[in-house]
Design a protein around this ligand. Structure first.
Ligand SMILES: Cc1cc2nc3c(=O)[nH]c(=O)nc-3n(C[C@H](O)[C@H](O)[C@H](O)COP(=O)(O)OP(=O)(O)OC[C@H]3O[C@@H](n4cnc5c(N)ncnc54)[C@H](O)[C@@H]3O)c2cc1C
Length: 475
């Protein structure tokens, strides 16, 4: 009996494996592909994911491989500067291609002792009160206490569970690939700038060595999107949209993606859960999908570990759905809005102009960027202090930075009074007595995912909150 089987070694499944291993949970990751994908979907990490990596001591690895960019122009590509006064120590986008993110997470998961089995496709599942039986394409049967479907937008796990995936089908498709071009670079840039004034779903971005990342609307919606487009299809569409095919040749890879928007009705059925693209799909505008999946995993990991390790309070695992489903629904909402704002029709173009005016108000610009970067998220923990339910940004303490104390994925009481205690929960919660000039509350209790579970200075109140997140006191 394996503790947890994770289906899918994409960023969501790998992040989840890392989080589970921090709590000693035995994890097997099944991945149907024999080799990691060569094509590049996501191009970067947003603030909250950068913070997540920092909280787990992984940020240096990501910074080494990535490049920092300003946060402006992320909402529907509307050209605006980064908002001032963002509530984070990391107010930038980290440009890093998805295959690198996947590799870094796979390396970390393996270091922590997760087993990743490539060339293993999950094809069947059944569950009972005690566990889940998983069937693989080669006929192997495995048994685990829990299964998490992180198997992408076409999730087999979701289908086998019979979980509804309501939303809108793809109505537009975009071709995406990397290829060389014979047209001189300055001419390419001039044509791109001209065409992009009206066509926002088009672009040729130089990625070095005369190679471009080419994005261009497809002619229709392909019946079978798993079939890669041809170079001729790219040439045809480039000519139709830009009046030239730029002399594109020597493709490294070619792919296509649609704008379907859907969300799983339930993230949990018994002992089987869904996370990442398996739970939600939406167009890539704003660059949010990978980030959303990594953050699903960050929310789920410690809760599932608590179940496996036997200390989960009632309702803790259910809170994965209640907290994360609304977050993804909000992302679906903002990507629908962004897609509308990127339409070339006169009505949406007029709304885009108005939106652009509104974004000159600092508060509007910041509100939208807080959505895209996911630092505006507030889980519903009930009424109380304004920090309650939000993640706490990294703050400077006398002994160093807060996030530096969270690498092990445990709960943390940051106590500026020195009068509080976590006796009875010391196995799960670190008690840090220290002060921060950036924090004007006496004490905060942080969950392992860094969200604020309690604010105050009253030991009795703290004793009422600790069991809600960390179960009964021990000893
Ligand atoms: C063009 C494009 C650009 C994007 N840009 C961004 C961006 O800039 N920023 C951003 O945050 N997001 C972006 N995204 C979205 C991002 O790529 C996805 O949201 C992300 O990959 C989801 O991760 P995942 O781990 O949930 O799923 P996936 O990455 O799809 O991984 C699922 C894994 O499961 C495996 N699998 C499938 N079925 C099975 C099975 N039956 N058994 C075993 N394994 C299985 C698959 O082979 C795959 O490896 C973009 C997407 C596209 C298409």
């Amino acid at each position: 009996m394996i503790d947890v089987i994770v289906a899918g070694a994409g960023p969501t499944g790998l992040m989840l494996a890392c989080e589970l291993r921090l709590h000693g949970v035995q994890v097997l990751v099944l991945e149907k592909e024999t080799e990691p994908a060569a094509y590049v979907r996501a191009l970067g990490l947003h603030v909250r994911s950068i913070e997540v990596m920092d909280q787990r001591g992984l940020l240096d690895r990501f910074l080494e491989q990535g490049k920092k960019y300003p946060l402006g122009s992320f909402f529907a590509g509307i050209d605006k500067p980064s908002p001032e006064r963002l509530d984070t120590a990391h107010g930038y986008v980290l440009g890093i291609p998805q295959p690198t993110t996947d590799r870094l997470l796979a390396e970390r998961a393996a270091e922590l002792g997760a087993q990743i089995r490539r060339g293993s496709e999950l094809t069947g599942l059944s569950q009972d009160d005690r566990g889940v039986t998983v069937e693989l394409a080669d006929g192997t049967r495995l048994r685990s206490r829990y299964l998490v479907g992180c198997d992408g937008g076409r999730s087999t796990v979701r289908r086998l569970l019979g979980v509804g995936f309501p939303g809108e089908p793809a109505t537009a498709e975009t071709l995406l690939g990397e290829m060389a071009a014979t047209m001189p670079a300055d001419e390419v840039a001039a044509v791109v700038a001209e065409v992009r004034q009206t066509q926002k779903r088009f672009g040729l971005g130089p990625i070095g060595d005369g190679v471009y990342r080419v994005v261009v609307p497809a002619e229709g919606v392909a019946e079978d999107r798993t079939t890669a487009p041809t170079l001729d299809e790219f040439r045809r569409q480039l000519r139709a949209i830009a009046g030239t095919d730029f002399g594109v040749h020597s493709p490294r890879w070619l792919s296509r993606f649609g704008d379907a928007t859907r969300q799983a009705e339930r993230y949990q059925v018994g002992r089987v859960l869904l996370a990442g693209d398996a739970a939600h799909i939406h167009p890539p505008t704003g660059g949010q999908g990978l980030n959303l999946g990594v953050q699903d995993a960050f929310n789920l990991g410690w809760k599932l570990a608590a179940e496996v390790n036997g200390w989960a309070p009632d309702g803790l695992l259910d809170s994965y759905h209640t907290e994360r489903h609304p977050v993804a629904a909000d992302v679906l909402n903002n990507t629908r809005a962004q897609m509308t704002l990127m339409s070339t029709e006169p009505g949406p173009q007029a709304v885009r102009r108005l939106m652009s005016e509104l974004m000159d108000f600092e508060q509007v610009n910041r509100h939208l960027i807080e959505k895209i970067t996911a630092i505006g998220i507030r889980y519903d923990f009930g009424g109380g202090h304004e920090l309650l339910g939000r993640r706490l940004r990294d703050v400077e303490l006398k002994r160093g930075r807060l996030y530096g104390l969270m690498h092990a994925g445990r709960g943390l009481l940051l106590d500026q009074t020195g009068r509080l205690s976590v006796d009875g929960w010391a196995d799960l919660v670190d008690h840090v007595v220290d002060v921060s000039e950036e924090l004007d509350v006496p004490a905060v209790l942080l969950r392992p995912d860094g969200h604020v579970a309690w604010v105050g200075d009253d030991q009795q109140e703290l004793l009422e909150q600790l069991p809600r997140w960390f179960g009964a006191a021990i000893g």
